[in-house]
Design a protein around this ligand. Structure first.
Ligand code: ZN
Length: 469
């Protein structure tokens, strides 16, 4: 009988080891291959009409051009050696090592250059990229946190430094909020990607439509750029910490990447554009989520969706951001951000699950968050409140009986609900702690309220269906 041999099926490379290996053994496997990848490394004309090649792998397309365990839990270091025509620029993950002339040609006559990059920190396979193009490379004037460069087609070179103006402050702000920037440099590349931005570790790719004018779009005064440009740049940079450095263990934990990036873009808006802009950002997010929920009412921690592209949905982005926002409001800024820093530091360069986040926040806040996670992360939907009330006056005290109903399908949300009353022109706050889908409480007020509102500060992802006297 012949010994077993290495074999290749369309999605699988089977390697026969020379001797039996056990868990923990280190092995070196060399795979030689060639060809024109059908996906993952995308060949396209750039905005100048020049040829380019750009890695674009999410969620599991990298194995089309790099032999790999194509799953976010299989993080690895990576180095690239790329031979490219001399007129091309090459950029890849990690630190630039060198360019050398290929072959024996004299430098002036050489047709090709060889570029080397090395990423020494483990990154998820979907973040492994090279980008080859004839664009211009612009060094950002702001080199505060890390080496920041833009690699873009000539057509975009005038606008790019302004269009990317949120990048340097994002790096500074997230470094101060969480931990030092995790990588050796950051390149912002305009190239081929099917996404609105792709957060490849230290080499983010934005589509060529990024700088296109969108009619009717708001301009925020702080950076004088359209809102989407500020938000998408902050979002992709936030991924360098959340998604790239701390990577979701399973696809069901994707909100640890997308929910974090969405919320941190919101925190950026809060810091640089103010409280009102942040509130608008979160309200828009809630509306997008509510529209999605009408189509698909599933938990954020979604183990039933097998089409990975379908996971790029408002559950993981907008509702994930809202879960973080609710935790922040519940725990307070100090415990919340301490919990996030502890979570980040414990898993930087590795993987994390929703349970890892829960335990880190519980430790930092000394709160039990099992019920919160059970309802908001592992359960579906959001509360839809209906409030009814009536009052009785006796000896200058008004007793108000309040019934708070929850109209959503499924279990009750037991989160405390702030209620605001306007009494004699003054605001009075009370909190109702629901005991089920219908909760009745009696509270004392100085007089009959002239107005009642539920959670006026938006501490909960909720809808108020009606308030009845
Ligand atoms: Zn994202």
């Amino acid at each position: 009988m012949a010994p077993p041999r290495n074999s290749r099926a369309p999605e699988t490379l089977s390697v026969v080891l020379s001797k039996v290996a056990t868990r923990g053994n280190k092995l070196i496997v060399t795979v030689n291959y060639h060809g024109h990848p059908k996906d993952g490394l995308v060949f396209a004309r750039d905005r100048d009409g020049n040829p380019s090649a750009t890695g674009d792998n999410w969620p599991n397309r990298v194995h089309n051009w790099i032999p790999s365990l194509d799953h976010p839990s299989a993080k690895a270091t990576v180095s690239f050696t790329v031979s490219a025509p001399r007129q091309e620029q090459v950029i890849a993950n990690g630190r630039f090592i060198s360019t050398t002339i290929a072959g024996d040609a004299a430098p002036a006559n050489a047709a090709h250059q060889v570029w080397k990059f090395e990423e020494t920190r483990p990154i998820p396979p979907y973040c492994m990229v090279v980008a080859v193009n004839q664009g211009v490379v612009i060094k950002s004037l702001d080199q505060n946190v890390t080496q920041l460069v833009y690699n873009i087609p000539l057509k975009d070179s005038d606008y790019a430094p302004k269009g990317f103006s949120a990048a340097a402050p994002s790096l500074t702000f997230f470094s101060q909020t969480i931990a030092p920037y995790p990588y050796e440099k950051l390149a912002l590349i305009v190239g081929a990607t099917r996404f609105g931005g792709m957060e490849n570790s230290s080499a983010i790719v934005f589509p060529s439509t990024l700088f296109e004018h969108r009619p009717n779009e708001k301009i925020r005064t702080r950076f004088d750029i359209p809102t989407h440009l500020e938000e998408v740049v902050a979002h992709e940079i936030a991924h360098q910490w959340f998604g790239d450095s701390v990577t979701e263990s399973t696809w069901a934990d994707l909100w640890l990447s997308e929910g974090f990036a969405t919320y941190f873009a919101g925190l950026f808006v809060e810091k640089y554009d103010g409280e009102a802009a942040f509130r608008d950002y979160m309200r828009d997010a809630a509306q997008r989520y509510f529209r999605f929920e009408q189509q698909r009412n599933l938990p954020i921690h979604d183990t039933s969706t097998t089409d990975l592209m379908a996971l790029l949905n408002p559950n993981n982005y907008e509702k994930g951001a809202w879960v973080l926002h609710m935790l922040r409001r519940r725990l307070g800024d100090e415990a919340f951000f301490k919990g996030l820093r502890d979570y980040y530091n414990a898993h930087a360069g590795g993987n994390a699950s929703s349970e890892d986040l829960r335990t880190a926040l519980e430790k930092a806040s000394k709160n039990d968050l099992r019920d919160f996670f059970a309802r908001w992360v592992y359960g579906a939907g959001h509360p839809r409140y209906e409030l009814g009330w009536g009052s009785m006056e006796r000896r200058a005290v008004t007793s108000v009986v309040i019934r708070l109903n929850q109209l959503q399908d499924g279990d009750a949300f037991l989160d405390p609900v702030p209620i605001e009353f306007v009494v004699n022109g003054k605001k009075e706050r009370r909190t109702i702690v629901p005991t089920g889908k219908s909760t009745t409480v009696t509270i004392q007020l100085p007089a009959n309220p002239s107005a009642i509102s539920i959670d006026p500060d938006d501490t909960l992802l909720k809808e108020v269906v009606r308030i009845n006297p």
